[in-house]
Design a protein around this ligand. Structure first.
Ligand SMILES: Nc1ncnc2c1ncn2[C@@H]1O[C@H](COP(=O)(O)OP(=O)(O)OP(=O)(O)O)[C@@H](O)[C@H]1O
Ligand SMILES: [Mg+2]
Length: 580
């Protein structure tokens, strides 16, 4: 078999396989070109999720006819004047996008530089079809039609128009977030689906593109370190989502999907969110050009850092600092949904509360009716100084689970389990930082059987665990013996604790900083240390809990990101009774 050089149209089609994987990828390239051309306004129109048509019009610098011909040639770019890829500040630099797209679709470019005439060029699946003068506004308009129509192998892999559309919108959202100075509009099948105006502030742009409610439920991030800068918006843990799609990450203005960055975000929120919940963030990382390689992925969505540990530390540190600064008393007020539930005091609902139904015979034998769990304390007036407590004064306890407190501006309900778990965690963290974790020897050392790999992991961390007050030793191949536990836990389910710890250690590999590993272990310990779960509390104990919450960071949410307290403002109570 003889070796031959591939003709350019085939080379382009092969490159298109990497660069233009689906309509959203073509759209991304076109919008990036418009941004690089200095556009102030970018108008996008797509049909059938971009499968039928993608149209991107900008008011940027435009191209003269001779440049337009070059633009469609492979490896032709205006963006590397001095050949320094490390110093590239534009989104494009490979000179590949347009010829790749043109090799797998019908591509029309119309462009006009200010002060001269417009020109139009049409290429159909790699073949030049026609070109000539055209009357157009200044700037550039690129239209891509019938993507992959002549590449059936590719077309087969396209998903439904709906999911291609979702990918297109996500792409525009990310690019628009990176450039609040530019206006963007998107039309899909003739309907306006997105519009943001030029010149918004960064946080406003993020809120406009994600969720307006984020503005109220987020904190700003701003951290400088050694020529690195991290800015952006971090959603409060209680504003979490079931999917990680609402994490927008940028490196030097470029939207990226980067495992290292996503892992760092997860690490920063680790003890604030349940494992299956995800934070909402938009983070803009700016690093010196020499510290990052942007040329590692054909679609330019991945980057490589020279010092990954530093980047990870910066993100975890920046987010933690911002979230710590959010203070403890920023829990959500009762949501409209919860309020709706309060309003269901219809006669039917009331009767089910006030008139217990007659238990049937077999129930009478198997169970007995428990005494009511709610207790009311005499409603004495709070001492005058108590009025200044944000979480109010405890008035009673419901279901051995919720504390009812009266604050100056409303009724506060506290989930004592959740709140206590958070307090234990923060106490433990402080003790660890001060190097004074108290441990309590067990009267009877406990042997815990585990699989060998889990025992190995625990054994490797014996010294670390001792700093938490957990003393254990290896006990044969498949067991460990626990001699002392952290005093703050006050006993409890030791096997459950040790098993969870082994899992936690497995999940946190060496890439994580010591501090993160400590946080993870402390979180697990705290979870096991919520001794107050389901316990009857005295009024003094309840008030002590409320006061401790007021001075403890992050006490507004439990270790899994659920709120620890809600407030029903006086106005809301009045509404419930129709007084307002
Ligand atoms: N909207 C536009 N306005 C002005 N010039 C453009 C526009 N789109 C493309 N060009 C010109 O065409 C050239 C080729 O574009 P193309 O997207 O193929 O490559 P690139 O942007 O240089 O690099 P990459 O392949 O990384 O995107 C660009 O370098 C630019 O000079
Ligand atoms: Mg480009």
């Amino acid at each position: 078999m003889s070796i031959r050089r591939l003709p350019p149209h085939l080379v382009n089609r092969i490159a298109a396989g990497e660069v233009v994987e689906r309509p959203a990828a073509a759209l991304k390239e076109l919008v990036e070109n418009a941004i690089d051309a200095g556009a102030g306004q970018i108008a996008i129109s797509i049909a059938q999720g971009g499968i039928d048509r993608i149209d991107v019009a900008d008011d940027g610098c435009g191209m003269v006819p001779s440049d337009m011909a070059l633009a469609l040639e492979r490896h032709a770019t205006s963006k590397l004047p001095d050949e320094a890829i490390e110093a590239v500040t534009t989104l494009g630099f490979r000179g590949e996008a347009l010829p790749s797209i043109a090799s797998v679709a019908r591509l029309t470019i119309e462009s006009r530089v200010r002060g001269s005439d417009g020109w139009r060029r049409l290429v159909d699946n790699g073949e030049m079809v026609e070109e000539g003068p055209v009357a157009v506004p200044f700037g550039t308009r690129v239209r891509v039609e019938g993507l992959f129509e002549k590449v059936p192998a590719r077309r087969k892999f396209l998903r439904s128009a709906r999911s291609e559309y979702a990918a297109c919108i996500d792409t525009v959202r990310r690019l628009a977030m990176a450039r609040p100075d530019i206006g963007f509009s998107v039309e899909h099948d003739g309907r306006r689906v997105l519009q943001v105006t030029a010149g918004e502030s960064g946080p406003d742009r993020v809120a406009a593109l994600t969720d307006r409610a984020l503005a109220e439920a987020s904190v700003g991030v701003d951290l400088h370190r050694e020529g690195y800068r991290l800015e952006g918006v971090a959603g409060l843990p209680t504003f979490n989502r079931g999917v990680p799609d609402h994490q927008y990450l940028f490196v030097n203005g470029r939207p990226v999907k980067d495992r290292l960055l996503a892992g760092a975000v997860r690490g920063a929120y680790a003890d604030l969110l349940a494992r299956d919940r995800h934070a909402v963030v938009a983070l803009f990382l700016n690093v010196p050009g020499s510290e990052v390689d942007v040329n590692v992925h054909p679609a330019k969505t991945e980057v490589r850092f020279r010092d990954p540990g530093l980047v990870r530390g910066l993100i975890v540190g920046g987010l933690r600092h911002a979230l710590d600064g959010a203070g403890q008393v920023r829990a959500p007020i009762a949501s409209a949904l919860a309020l709706g539930a309060w309003q269901s005091g219809s006669p039917a609902a009331l009767s089910s509360v006030e008139v217990p139904q007659q238990p049937r015979m077999w129930e009478q034998r198997q169970s007995f009716t428990p005494p009511p769990m709610a207790r009311a304390e005499p409603a004495v007036l709070p001492a005058p100084e108590a009025r200044s407590f944000p979480l109010g004064v405890a008035r009673g306890q419901i279901a051995r689970t919720y504390i009812v407190a009266e604050a100056e501006d409303g009724l506060v309900l506290v989930d004592q389990h959740a709140a206590h778990e958070r307090l234990v965690l923060e106490r433990m963290r402080n003790a660890i930082e001060a190097g004074e974790v108290a441990s309590q020897a067990l009267l009877m050392p406990e042997i815990v059987e585990l699989d060998e790999a889990a025992c190995d992991r625990l054994e490797a961390r014996i010294l670390d665990l001792a700093t938490f007050g957990l003393e254990l030793e290896r006990f044969g191949p498949g067991a460990v013996i626990v001699r002392a536990t952290p005093a703050v836990l006050g006993g409890g389910d030791i096997k459950g604790l040790v098993t969870d710890l082994a899992d936690e250690i497995a999940a946190h590999g060496e890439a994580h900083s010591l501090k993160e590993r400590v946080d993870a272990v402390a979180g697990t310990l705290a979870c096991h240390g919520s001794v107050r779960a389901g316990r009857v509390l005295s009024v003094e104990e309840m008030n002590a809990l409320l006061r401790e919450m007021e001075v403890t960071p992050h006490s507004g949410q439990c270790n899994h990101g659920r709120p620890t307290w809600v407030k029903l403002a006086h106005g809301d109570i009045e509404k419930l009774f129709g007084r307002k």
